[in-house]
Design a protein. Structure first.
Lengths: 264, 402
């Protein structure tokens, strides 16, 4: 069986990768949001596992995590969201993104088994680098689930080689030094970085962090294999908490715009 | 590794048994590896050690005295009780030992901007102080709740030229201040050095902070040898993150005849949901760069801690303590807000020392257990901070208007 993530990158089209926090603003609405995004253009869906201390995230995702946690969202809910999303589009890769403590607390083996059962194709763990990921990697490999590696502007050649060792699926390039949803990438710098990574690997490179709209997506897609958008979608949730219909229609429109941005 | 070489931890990956490590975002990894590399270089460098010792002696005021607390000893009717008086250090706590070491390292690394987190404000004040001393800009992250209850320290930091950034996310205390400091660091990774205030965080911080603080225990060994001609029988200290305790304990970890007790903050009580006793009430997890005991919910969210003492109000603990706890090398006990408050007043009246609320926790347990020790035994407690910063909290608790 081929992993859905590698399969998704088989054609030359640039990929729209979207992120929302699972369970924000509540389970039911979150599922509607995820389905709306999937039906309007996402090529890969990242579902955030809400954590009390999201150290790599800016204010938008922090608030989003708090909203989900205050609704009692736990990993069981996240797995349900993943399996429901999978039903919406069977070949669309689902990635869970978050912090290591939740997985450790749940139990690594049990967590990976649940991922497999619920159609999760990959994981992004922000605070887990190659130095510490042996336990998780072993389980993931057994179950053919990708650990999507993060590469950043501070990653040097030596570390890049280390990171690429167990890399699969695609590479998530953190395009700015900072937290999510803040600064925007310098496109010239980004171009150099993507070229630097591509000299060492054939894996697709998809930048994220600070990519806010369709124009940004378009600029990034001219340089890389796709773009990740998260905080801007979550901002729509935040701005329309009292009007669910408007929230969903705006997310639908925004997703289409973002998808248009991937056409280069 | 033999069990009688506790002092040799951590291993090269920063592990104390199963605890410690490096759990940070990739953006920070290269920098943290650089901090480690530079720290390894200066650790045994004569010039660095001389410079560090020079500032400890002439600026911090070390060695701090070892004081025989005779009236408390007599009152408790048992062993001889000594206070290691780190509250007499410049800035009023043990925190400055570590700040001095880290800022000298930051200077060597050519960093031009310093950030720190603070709970009680003692680490913030100490960081602001060394930044003023060396002319570096200083930004201190502090929870909104702590800014309120530690106003004297907030003002001191401002006088010292630091910028205080109020943190209003989460529990609005130390844990959240540390999150914000990490977010700052990841954004300003090239020019910024993060002076972490306790023996926690990604490797090499837990070992580095401990080593800078270990001057406390080394002095105790020498001082006690001079006055008593022997080693202590029991060492005691309070723990939030645990740097003052490790500072006192580390020198003696391999002396199997030296007993150690560390005291966590039990807040309203260990059986309530308002305490800060991570070892007694938590389980292993990953936060702020290290694997260690943490207060967590049933679903793995980090819980808010509570303590009357802002310096102990943290849901985690340094990884070396988690290791010493599982190894049973150190006994971990706890004291409630109320017990600490009583011990605070007891110390003021009997010894003329106004302790910080943090060491008052250690004294509270010391009061209870002293009777188990004979008159020929010697207990050394780390008086790691003075209580000036706490007078408003105390007045509030005692319902006195000042």
């Amino acid at each position: 069986m081929t992993n859905l993530i590698s399969q998704a990158f088989k054609n030359d089209k640039k990929k729209l990768v979207t992120f929302v926090t699972g369970g924000d603003p509540d389970f039911k609405t979150s599922l509607q949001i995820i389905n709306t995004i999937i039906n309007n253009g996402a090529d890969i869906m990242e579902i955030g596992m809400p954590f009390s201390d999201p150290m790599a995230d800016g204010p938008t995702i922090q608030l989003s995590s708090n909203r989900a946690i205050s609704k009692g969202i736990d990993l069981e809910n996240i797995f349900s969201l993943a399996s429901e999303a999978k039903k919406t589009k069977i070949d669309l890769p689902i990635i869970l993104m978050g912090y290591y403590n939740l997985i450790l607390h749940f139990g690594i083996e049990k967590f990976v088994k649940k991922c497999k059962e619920n159609g999760v194709d990959g994981l992004i763990i922000v605070d887990l680098q190659p130095e510490e990921d042996e336990d998780l990697i072993n389980e993931l490999e057994k179950n053919e689930i990708d650990l999507i590696r993060l590469i950043t502007p501070t990653t040097d050649e030596e570390r890049l080689k280390l990171i690429l060792k167990n890399a699969s699926g695609f590479l998530y390039y953190v395009s700015v030094m900072g937290t999510t949803g803040q600064k925007s990438a310098d496109l010239n710098e980004l171009k150099k970085s993507v070229a630097f990574i591509k000299r060492h690997t054939n894996l697709p490179v998809v930048p994220g962090f600070g990519i806010k709209n369709s124009t940004d997506v378009n600029n990034i897609c001219k340089i890389a294999d796709g773009a990740v958008v998260g905080s801007s979608i979550i901002k729509i949730i935040e701005d329309n908490l009292n009007n669910k219909n408007k929230m969903l229609s705006e997310i639908s429109k925004f997703s289409k715009d973002l998808k248009d941005g991937t056409k280069v | 590794m033999l069990k009688n070489t506790y002092k040799s931890y951590p291993n090269e990956k920063g592990y104390f048994g199963q605890f410690g490590g490096r759990y940070v975002s990739e953006t920070l990894m290269p920098l943290i590896l650089e901090v480690e590399k530079e720290y390894e270089k200066i650790k045994n460098d004569k010039d660095f050690i001389n410079e560090f010792n020079h500032y400890l002696k002439t600026y911090v005021g070390r060695p701090s005295p070892l004081f025989y607390a005779e009236r408390i000893s007599n009152d408790l009717g048992g062993p001889k009780i000594y206070f290691k008086r780190d509250e007499l250090n410049h800035t009023g706590a043990h925190k400055i030992n570590n700040c001095m070491g880290q800022i000298l390292l930051a200077k060597r690394m050519g960093k031009s901007r310093i950030i720190a987190e603070t709970g009680a404000g003692q680490h913030g004040v100490a960081t602001a102080t060394v930044c003023a001393l060396f002319g570096l800009p200083c930004i201190v992250y502090m929870g909104e709740k702590d800014i309120e209850r530690q106003s004297p320290n907030v003002f001191r930091m401002k006088l010292l030229g630091a910028e205080i950034r109020s943190v209003s996310t989460g529990s609005k205390s130390l844990k959240d201040a540390m999150n914000e400091a990490l977010r700052d660091w990841v954004t300003n990774v090239k020019d910024t050095f993060y002076i972490i205030g306790t023996a926690a965080g990604p490797h090499p911080y837990p070992a580095m902070v401990r080593n800078f603080q270990s001057v406390i225990g080394k002095e105790v060994r020498k001082q006690l040898e001079e006055v008593e001609g022997k080693s202590p029988d029991l060492l005691m200290a309070c723990i939030g993150g645990g740097s003052n305790a490790l500072g006192l304990f580390h020198e003696f970890l391999d002396d199997s005849n030296v007993e150690m007790i560390a005291v966590e903050a039990a807040g309203h009580g260990i059986n309530t949901d308002k305490h800060a006793a991570s070892l007694t009430g938590g389980k292993p997890g990953v936060l702020h760069g290290n694997k260690t005991y943490l207060l967590q919910s049933k679903t793995g969210q980090i819980q808010e801690a509570h303590s009357i003492s802002a310096g102990l109000d943290y849901p985690g603990i340094g990884p070396e303590h988690s290791f010493l706890f599982e190894e049973k090398r150190v006994t971990y006990m706890s004291a409630t807000d109320k017990e600490a408050l009583e011990a605070f007043q007891y110390c003021c009246k009997l010894e003329g020392i106004i302790p910080a609320l943090e060491p008052a926790h250690a004294l509270a347990v010391l009061k209870k257990i002293a009777k188990n020790y004979n008159k020929d035994k010697i207990i050394v407690m780390n008086m790691c901070g003075r209580g000036d910063k706490d007078i408003f909290t105390i007045a509030d608790e005692l319902k006195i208007k000042i």
